[in-house]
Design a binder for this molecule. Structure first.
Ligand SMILES: NC(=O)c1ccc[n+]([C@@H]2O[C@H](COP(=O)([O-])OP(=O)(O)OC[C@H]3O[C@@H](n4cnc5c(N)ncnc54)[C@H](OP(=O)(O)O)[C@@H]3O)[C@@H](O)[C@H]2O)c1
Length: 255
């Protein structure tokens, strides 16, 4: 099958599962991550499945380096589908204090600016070609401001807005944008978080939902359905009721 796919955060979790899915279809893949060993392990698995991966050892926070690498890759092999997936989680540490300041800044830099650094270098080329699809990985946390992860929730709301704004402006140019809002997915990120994890799902099942949503060019691909609905309704509740319900969601995040 034709089509080149770029995935950030391909060395672990959801990004790795996406890479393996598209490798099975024989796609050309651009895989971005920081950890050389983990990224190469994903690339090797992709090769065994029939994919054709090229690795970019990059930190998504590095705007110039991202623009240079993505621009060069796209000029050689035009990218049809990009996943701005790399992300970090931070929150209340084990000692119960408020989220550390440096961790909060790191989350915003990675989860928000990292998305811009991934998507922006491709916009002029995709618009000129009149085709392309952009998938931004947000979270159900975008709908529900959790007391134990303020910067993470803010980052995911920010990229939800960013993606939907882009969708409106890019539609006339033939470029699709979808924002992906998963619930709890069993990945190393999720394992660092204590507390209740309702409707938890394996990365492979998450990929199936994502791929189905992208095929329909859905604006927001939020799942599991009832969890997404509940978190959206939560945002409409009076503040006192909202905060009462949030008492049952408390957790800590390991280093
Ligand atoms: N797991 C969940 O329950 C869940 C739910 C909703 C949304 N999400 C979102 O899904 C996305 C993937 O998360 P995951 O659960 O798959 O987590 P994960 O297993 O911890 O993987 C995170 C990936 O992001 C990469 N990454 C982090 N910071 C980076 C940076 N500065 N530059 C380049 N790559 C960076 C990591 O690469 P290296 O460590 O190799 O550098 C890794 O490949 C995130 O945006 C997350 O917020 C996850």
């Amino acid at each position: 099958m034709a089509g080149t796919v770029l995935i950030t955060g391909a060395s672990s979790g959801i990004g790795r599962a996406l890479a393996l899915h598209y490798a099975r279809q024989g796609r050309r893949l651009a895989l971005i991550g920081r950890d050389a060993v983990r990224l190469e392990t994903t690339a090797e698995e992709c090769r065994r499945l029939g994919g054709n991966p090229q690795c970019g050892l990059l930190d998504v926070r590095r705007r110039d380096a991202m623009a240079e690498w993505i621009g060069a890759f796209d000029r050689a092999t035009p990218i049809d589908l990009v996943f701005a997936n790399a992300g970090l989680m931070a929150g209340t540490p084990a000692d119960g204090h408020i989220e550390p300041a440096d961790a909060g800044h790191g989350v915003i830099e990675t989860n928000v600016l990292g998305v811009l650094n991934t998507v922006q270098p491709l916009l002029p080329a995709m618009m000129a070609r009149g085709r392309g699809q952009i998938a931004i990985v947000s979270s159900i946390a975008a709908f529900i401001p959790l007391p134990d992860s303020p910067s993470y929730c803010a980052s995911k709301s920010a990229v939800l807005s960013y993606g939907l704004s882009l969708r409106a402006v890019l539609a006339p140019h033939g470029v699709g944008v979808s924002v992906i809002c998963p619930g709890y997915i069993t990945t190393p990120m999720m394992m660092r978080e204590s507390g209740p994890k309702p409707f938890v799902m394996a990365p492979e099942r998450a990929v199936a939902r994502i791929v189905a949503g992208l095929a329909r060019n859905k604006p927001v691909i939020a799942f599991p359905f009832f969890f997404a609905l509940a978190t959206r309704l939560h945002g409409l509740m009076p503040d006192r009721l909202r905060r009462y319900i949030l008492r049952g969601t408390r957790f800590t995040v390991a280093d």
